[in-house]
Design a protein around this ligand. Structure first.
Ligand code: NAD
Ligand code: MG
Length: 297
């Protein structure tokens, strides 16, 4: 059976998964994604790299966050999942898979635009897991819009609230719990450096997340807390079929990358594991690009 270590040609990997146009309402569900994405359910094989660790992951029910939860659990970490209440069916599925690894899994549904919920998340994770030493800020909002003059103020503000403000609120509230050796990992995007004309608000938040990561990394390094980011390219998740892209562009999603295809959430999880694990002890303020070969600064 294939694992993430199986020698394989990355151009032909996932030739069996296509991006069909889909029009789910926000936030979308992996459960009804057409074709199903690969979250590593059948392939991710742990080797104890996060044994005994305790992680909080936002946007943990689906896509990149869910693949990260599965990987963390199989590497031995207890995991708290944050997600929107509408995503309970996805969260329940991922929690069940993670529990099969024999770790503690906590479910913390809520809306990150609610400041009180966001600020309470680290306390809730600690109450459920008995500590916290990995924080993955991964929840994100992406809605395309062609024309700045009609871009609703509410959309601009909500994109910044979910992608940037909530990251700040959760991280700030987490710090008092994080011992030396902890890792904070933020999810940015190729959009931080190669912004699309129709993603002005979203791309701006992702550039902000990169700067936030690199500034905070310097501030927290002396305390032994490492802050890094992962920058995905085009990845097959519910984010894209809930107006993250125009529906007519979905079928060619990712084909312009040097690899010629979109990526799967399972291909992102090892980046989060590496940055969370003590093996990356000298990696600080880095953005790990996982994007099928698109050049980055
Ligand atoms: P996804 O839809 O599976 O995950 C996004 C999650 O964000 C949702 O599951 C939801 O739980 C959470 N979220 C959104 N609004 C929220 C709110 N108001 N309150 C609480 N949670 C909220 O999609 P994904 O692609 O896995 O996205 C994960 C991260 O990856 C995001 O930050 C996204 O910007 C980033 N990213 C994705 C791609 C891609 O191509 N899919 C590319 C670059 C970056
Ligand atoms: Mg989701």
């Amino acid at each position: 059976m294939r694992t993430q270590y199986t020698f394989i040609d990355p151009t032909t990997l996932y030739a069996d998964i296509s991006s069909h146009p889909d029009d789910q309402a926000e936030p979308g569900l992996d459960a009804v994604l057409n074709d199903r994405a690969d979250l590593g359910e059948k392939t991710y094989t742990g080797t104890g790299r996060l044994k005994g660790r305790k992680a909080l992951v936002t946007g943990a029910d689906s896509g990149i966050g869910a693949a990260t939860v599965i990987a963390f659990a199989r590497e031995g970490a207890d995991v708290a999942l944050a997600y929107l209440p509408q995503e309970q069916v996805d969260a329940d599925r991922i929690a069940a898979i993670a529990r099969e690894a024999g770790v503690t899994v906590a479910l913390l549904p809520g809306d990150l635009t609610d400041k009180a919920y966001a600020k309470g998340l680290p306390d809730s994770a600690v109450a459920e897991l008995g500590g916290l030493d990995i924080l993955v800020n991964n929840a994100g909002k992406q809605i395309y819009h062609e024309d700045l003059e009609t871009l609703p103020d509410e959309q601009f503000e909500e994109t910044f609230t979910v992608n940037v403000h909530a990251m700040f609120w959760v991280t700030k509230a987490a710090l008092k719990h994080l011992p030396a050796g902890s890792a904070i990992i933020n999810t940015t995007s190729i959009q931080a450096y190669s912004p699309s004309d129709i993603l002005v608000d979203y791309a701006s938040t992702k550039a902000t997340i990169n700067a936030f990561t690199k500034a905070l990394a310097q501030q927290l390094a002396p305390q032994g807390i490492r802050v890094n980011a992962v920058a995905p390219g085009p990845i097959w998740t519910p984010l894209q079929v809930t107006d993250g892209q125009p529906p007519e562009k979905i079928s060619e999603f990712g084909q312009s990358t040097p690899l010629g295809r979109m990526g799967q959430p399972a291909e992102l999880a090892p980046a989060y594991v590496f940055l969370a694990s003590a093996e990356s002890s000298y990696v600080i303020g880095e953005t790990l690009n996982v994007n099928g070969g698109m050049p980055t600064p």
